[in-house]
Design a protein around this ligand. Structure first.
Ligand code: UT7
Length: 329
């Protein structure tokens, strides 16, 4: 038996915001952004494009690749920190847009690690409950909504986008692979490192919180950088050891696309050749929960994955949360 990915899709909003555009908004330069982060441009969704719209466009592509209909879906999980509304879940709003009324739907909040958490949770649900045969997982963010466009420390980093996968339970004896091993981790003692301070039950929205710009994302960049490199590398080593797979057997390492220097440092720690480390951070910046799944879709659609290949996913984000999944294609 295996829980296999049978369809992928992604959607990036049309509007491109370049480093040159940002030079006109804050005290920064194209050179600083490129050398410190590897980012050249990012996508910004339109006012009438909430996360559920981005998710819808990515989902339809994944459903089409899987040759399914929306009513075939038994589960819909949306990993996001930029849900359409505080309640109901974006997964329910997406369900309505898709017409996927046979699915149970919920959102999952693990920041940039949300897609990896979702994969492991859905894998567990599908493995134990025979009712779940097809699941849709989406990583989606409209980070432009919570970005402080006056703060040069953060506004150069983030972008909007969505990625989706369809999982199918396969029961044939030749159905090898699927999600071989996962490591999910968190350390809430670092919850202050990346946060949106106001708008929740701790500090509700008020005229003062708006005036103090407390509804935007803030981050202790350097501290996050160090933790991210070490923890992502360790999580990767952990899943490889669990599955008894050597790093030399891995076709693709897909790290969370936050910063090119972090991606390269993780690759170096794992001693994986550079050409096996997937990079698209230059085009989209950090799209949080969407980043790994957008990259996976790009690899699949460019024909760079074959049956039996090992793919290693890793991510790190607010919480702090981090993790890795080892997939066999
Ligand atoms: O998705 C969740 C996970 N997030 C991450 O993984 C992000 C991790 N952190 C990072 O990627 C990096 O720490 C940043 C890209 C955020 C920052 O890079 P850094 O090399 O750590 O720079 P820094 O924060 O140490 O800042 C260096 C200098 C500072 O000036 P001084 O104090 O040395 O005079 C900053 O004020 O660069 C300045 N600076 C900027 N200069 C031009 C900060 N942002 C900018 C900017 N343009 N946009």
């Amino acid at each position: 038996m295996g829980i296999k990915i049978i369809g992928t899709g992604s959607y990036l909003p049309e509007r491109i915001l370049t480093n040159r555009d940002l030079e006109k908004m804050v005290d920064t330069s194209d050179e600083w952004i490129r050398t410190r982060t590897g980012i050249s441009e990012r996508r910004i969704s339109a006012d009438n494009e909430p996360s559920s719209e981005l998710a819808l466009k990515a989902s339809l592509k994944a459903i089409e690749m899987a040759k399914l209909k929306p009513e075939d879906l038994d589960l819909i999980v949306v990993a996001t920190i930029t849900q359409d509304r505080i309640t109901p879940s974006t997964a329910c709003i997406l369900q309505n847009k898709l017409g996927a009324f046979n699915a149970a739907c919920f959102d999952l909040q693990a920041a940039c690690t949300g897609f990896l958490y979702s994969l492991e949770i859905v894998n567990a649900l599908m493995s134990t409950n025979p009712k779940y045969k097809h699941a849709l997982i989406i990583g989606v963010e409209k980070l432009s909504m919570i970005t402080d466009w006056k703060d040069r420390n953060t506004c150069v980093l983030f972008g909007d986008g969505a990625g989706a996968v369809i999982l199918e339970k396969r029961t044939g004896k030749h159905d090898i692979g699927g999600i071989l091993a996962s490591r999910l981790a968190s350390n809430g003692s670092f919850n202050e490192l990346i946060k949106v301070p106001a708008g929740g039950s701790e500090i509700p929205t008020s005229a003062e919180t708006i005036k103090k710009r407390m509804h935007f994302l803030s981050m202790e960049g350097q501290e996050v950088f160090k933790l991210a490199v070490n923890e992502m590398a360790k999580a990767c080593q952990d899943v490889l050891a669990t599955a008894k797979v050597d790093i030399s057997e891995v076709r693709w390492l897909i790290p969370h696309q936050a910063n090119l220097r972090i991606i390269k440092a993780v690759g170096n720690k794992l001693e994986i050749p550079e050409e096996k480390v997937y990079i698209n951070v230059h085009k989209y910046g950090n799209t949080s929960a969407a980043s790994v799944v957008i990259a996976l879709d790009e690899i699949v659609r460019s024909g760079k994955l074959d049956r039996g290949d090992y793919v290693l996913l890793t991510a790190f984000g607010a919480g702090i949360t981090w993790g890795a999944n080892l997939l066999r294609w």
